[in-house]
Design a protein around this ligand. Sequence first.
Ligand code: ADP
Length: 204
Amino acid sequence: MSNWILGLTGGIGSGKTTVANLFAAEDVTVVDADAIARELVAPGQPALQQITAHFGPGVLNATGELDRAALRRLIFADEQQKQWLNQLLHPLIRETLLQRCREASSAYVILMAPLLFENGLDRTVQRTLCIDVREQTQIARTCQRDGNSPELVQAIMASQLSRAERVQRSDDRIDNEGIDLDTLRERVRQLHITYLALSAQHPQ
Ligand code: ADP
């Protein structure tokens, strides 16, 4: 059981997943906020039933899964509907995340969330680390990874905190620009030593 949580964040394509995998290689449990958000609306989950009851069966695709694009279209221009959805999902996601963090057996736990600050999850963690690269690099790496258009990546970036504000609000930062995987691994190892010391001092 661990109750020292590091919030890991960064804009799309900054390298969060890459860094999370390096911490996982040091035996740190990583709890992925996006993965949990998807799990909670999987077929058979109560939240999906509530969403379908509220918005109608049009939010499901032919195989009974949530059609995210359809839901996004419904809430896009409707602040009230968006709020309804957030009020349903945010407490549920938060509760599930914290439960998973508490269940972890590593010395400390990483809560990985692209929208850590945007969704107020920073208030549930002991320390924050952001992965930082230039916007151009975010776009180039994301397009290469997903084959998406630069416009789509830019639209996602516009819905996220600005780079400057994210860095300013984080305790620690990894500059993931122009460094290879070995250098990144070294940086993660240094931080891991710091976090082990901090978590050991933290009252259980
Ligand atoms: P995020 O989870 O923040 O969206 P990823 O960890 O998936 O970002 O990284 C985005 C892309 O950039 C991936 O294809 C990853 O392999 C690559 N990448 C990450 N760090 C570096 C780096 N230091 N140099 C080059 N490419 C990198």
